[in-house]
Design a protein around this ligand. Structure first.
Ligand code: NAI
Length: 341
């Protein structure tokens, strides 16, 4: 079987460090992939570009359909708009899939957590439509369309059925945002009742849902959310299993998919060999499983299985980065995984 071309986008901050580590592990696993490297974020400007999301980066993903991406910095309160949001919209990567699972050897307050967050990735308050009405009044528009609400509902139930999961819970605030969140609920109910009656379905108001999550995360299976709630609940759930250093993600569209960790560019630890590469590594295993599913490549699945077994083995042996209570640096953790492959 020939190799699949993956677009590597190292990103900013800790991005290049964790990407290097993951690449070494992918190579050691014999993954049937080869790479083209493209840049985005501040990294693209630093290479002399004039755009944080160069067109050749977007075109490369359109051409090869699969990318592994590091985090991109977004300035707070001004400056350029989020590269991450722009990439998801340009490529119509409408579903963010973020599994949150307890890891062997990583002690937290909770055990046996197994939640998948499915976040609508293209609209809501992340539409970026903001206007200044006067010096002291601004508006941010929350956009919801029936088309996007229906497709994220169908994606969520499909995901549940194909992964043999039992329950989809929609987090919403339709008591206040009666039109936008109301439409998402209406779509979820209708898609469920007409096409997926075999999947258990429930709805929880997002604020109470967060309280219930903290009380007992084991009561939830798949959480379906609009964009902002999905962003927030992803970080909350990351805290159940060890934090942002070990929470992976995928941005899926009908044609293209971009795999990236939930975490950001972590400027506080960048360039110090402190970052945990596990979140990006787990995203890379999701990528290999996606290649296996969509391109019928058993070798890709075998590599994903080898990588997963090796990082679990490393964690069980107490090989951990500092965020998980260990002492290893980024490179040393990658080495520990490779030694167990
Ligand atoms: P962050 O996720 O970068 O960092 C939050 C905390 O988690 C920091 O203390 C950081 O050191 C720690 N952390 C994150 N990843 C880690 C890892 N792999 N290993 C060990 N510790 C880790 O979030 P923050 O500080 O809010 O955002 C920093 C920048 O990243 C911002 O410009 C933000 O816009 C951007 N960002 C980009 C994302 C993306 O590219 N998809 C996602 C989230 C934020």
């Amino acid at each position: 079987m020939s190799k699949h071309t993956v677009v590597l986008i190292p990103g900013d901050g800790i991005g290049p460090e964790v990407m290097n580590a993951v690449r070494l592990i992918l190579d050691a696993s014999g993954a049937p992939v080869e790479y083209v490297e493209r840049h985005a974020g501040v990294a693209a400007l630093e290479r002399g570009g004039d755009d944080v999301l160069p067109i050749d980066t977007v075109d490369a993903v359109r051409e090869h359909h699969v990318a592994l991406k590091g985090p991109c910095t977004t300035p707070v309160g001004g400056g350029f708009s989020s590269v991450n949001v722009a990439l998801r919209k340009k490529l119509d990567l409408y579903a963010a899939v973020r599994p949150v699972r307890s890891l062997p050897g990583v002690k937290t307050r909770y055990e046996n957590v197994d939640i998948v967050i499915i976040r609508e990735n293209t609209e809501g308050l992340y539409s970026g439509i903001e206007n200044r009405i006067t010096d002291d009044v601004v508006i941010s528009l929350k956009v919801a369309t029936r088309e996007a609400s229906e497709r994220i509902a169908r994606f969520s139930f499909d995901y549940a059925r194909s992964r043999k999961r039992e329950k989809v819970t929609v987090l919403h605030k339709a008591n206040i945002m009666k039109l936008s969140d109301g439409m998402m609920l209406d779509c979820a109910r209708r898609v469920h009742d007409s096409e997926y009656p075999d999947i258990e379905y429930s709805e929880v108001i997002v604020d109470a849902g967060h309280m219930r999550l903290v009380q007992d995360p084991l009561q939830f299976d798949i959480l379906m959310c609009e964009n902002l709630y999905g962003d927030i609940v992803s970080d909350l759930c990351a805290g159940f299993v060890g934090g942002l250093g070990c929470t992976p993600g995928a941005n899926i569209g009908d044609k293209d998919s971009v795999f990236e960790a939930v975490h950001g560019s972590a400027p506080d630890i960048a360039g110090q060999d402190l970052a945990n590469p596990l979140a990006l590594l787990m995203s890379a295993t999701m990528m290999l499983n996606h290649i296996a599913d969509t391109m019928q490549d058993d070798e890709a699945r075998a590599s994903a299985d080898r990588i997963k077994a090796a990082y679990n083995h490393a964690l069980e042996d107490g090989q951990r980065t500092r965020d998980l209570g260990g002492e290893l640096g980024t490179r040393a953790f990658a080495k520990a995984v490779i030694e167990r492959m």
